[in-house]
Structures are given as structure tokens and as C-alpha cells.
Design a protein around this ligand. Structure first.
Ligand SMILES: [Zn+2]
Ligand SMILES: [Zn+2]
Length: 109
């Protein structure tokens, strides 16, 4: 149908002609970026829930076994394929967590 070809962009006040997505090329890209931000927000929620679950399970630091755990740490970092499972998490106290972070940084350097 010819009228479909002339559908304007779904974005209010945008005069551009929309593509198949219902958005003009510029707004399609803009919405794509927005979805990226939403995914990052999802990551934040996931991390908060994961952290809470780890800290609830590991009340005491898993490294020194003395101090209360304050940080949820990925046993295998996400960048190395570690996931968001409870098995890949450990509760650490702040000193142990920063020691581990520092050790990881030293390994990279
Ligand atoms: Zn548009
Ligand atoms: Zn500790």
C-alpha cells in the first residue's frame, strides 16, 4: 500500500518519513541507544540482587573468615566468563576485597 510508505516517524513532531520500524533513521538510532541504557539499568538491578543474595549467604568474609562481609565478589570475573550465579559469588570484607582487587590489578600490570 502506498500510504504505508509515507508513514511519518512515530516520534511526535518529527517530520521525517519512517522506515519499517515506524521510526526515521535518526530516531531508530536514538531508540537503539536508549535500549542500551535500559540494559545497563538491568545490569544494575541484577547486580544489586546478586550482591544482596551473596551477602545474605556469606555473612562472614570467605577470605579471612573473621570480618563481616561487606562486598560481593565474582570468583571468576564477568570479563572472564564468570556469571551471575551464587556459586560464582563470595562475600568479602572490605580489606580482603581491596586486596583481591589490587592483586588482580597487579596481575594485569
Ligand atoms: Zn524521527
Ligand atoms: Zn576478609
Amino acid at each position: 500500500m502506498p500510504t504505508l510508505l509515507a508513514t511519518p516517524c512515530r516520534t511526535p513532531r518529527c517530520p521525517a518519513i519512517a522506515g519499517r520500524s515506524g521510526l526515521c533513521a535518526g530516531h531508530a538510532r536514538a531508540y537503539e541507544r536508549q535500549r542500551g541504557t535500559a540494559a545497563q539499568r538491568g545490569y544494575g538491578t541484577m547486580h544489586r540482587q546478586w550482591r544482596a543474595a551473596i551477602l545474605a549467604r556469606d555473612v562472614i568474609c570467605r577470605a579471612c573468615g573473621k570480618s563481616p562481609s561487606r562486598e560481593a565478589d565474582h570468583v571468576i570475573p564477568l570479563s572472564q566468563g564468570g556469571g551471575w550465579s551464587l556459586a560464582n559469588g563470595q562475600g568479602l570484607c572490605k580489606p580482603c576485597h581491596s586486596r583481591k582487587t589490587l592483586a588482580a590489578m597487579t596481575r594485569i600490570a
